[in-house]
Design a protein around this ligand. Structure first.
Ligand code: PNS
Length: 158
């Protein structure tokens, strides 16, 4: 069984994330989407809400499961027998940051990191930008799954 993890905050999931998850699901037998529980960072959606959203928008992929984790990602990988992490790279500055993290994670545990170029259609996209645009009434349809679009409008414009 070839397993990988797609980790992140997913607050909320964007179409860029979904593209990486879907492409990973076509390459690997099992993809675990791991949502970081980060008590230091304030979030728009709770971890459980994010998990529910992720489960809904990935339901077309039977080999994708969604879990939460805290602490080190490599510990989560070891506990779940996952030998590799998949990370999307949007721009060169992502690579700078991700390379160091990948090398550290490998040094800590032997867990590998595989970089997947983001679909150019989404290379400008991030969860924080999406929240900012939605907060000020901008149109984020096409940038996030329809469910997220609806929930963002509900939450931000209440
Ligand atoms: O979506 P994000 O916030 O960019 O995802 C970042 C994430 C969750 C992948 C990263 O912060 C992470 O792996 N955090 C867990 C703590 C950890 O393992 N840090 C790396 C030490 S080298």
């Amino acid at each position: 069984m070839r397993r990988v993890v797609c980790p992140g905050s997913f607050d909320p999931i964007t179409n860029g994330h979904l593209d990486i998850i879907g492409r990973s699901a076509r390459l690997y037998d099992e993809v675990t989407v791991a949502v970081l529980i980060n008590v230091e960072k304030s979030s728009l959606f709770t971890v459980d809400e994010r998990i529910e959203i992720l489960q809904t928008v990935t339901k077309e992929y039977p080999n994708v499961k969604v879990r939460k984790f805290h602490g080190l990602l490599v510990d989560f990988c070891r506990q779940n027998d996952i030998p590799a992490i998949v990370k999307g790279i949007r721009v060169v500055s992502d690579f700078d940051y991700e390379l160091q993290m990948a090398q550290l994670n490998y040094r800590l545990s032997g867990v590998e990191t595989l970089f997947m170029p983001t679909n150019p259609e989404y290379s400008f996209l991030s969860s924080s930008r999406v929240k900012e645009i939605a907060r000020y009434g901008g149109d984020v349809s096409g940038l996030v799954p329809d469910l997220v679009h609806t929930l963002l409008i509900e939450r931000l414009r209440g």
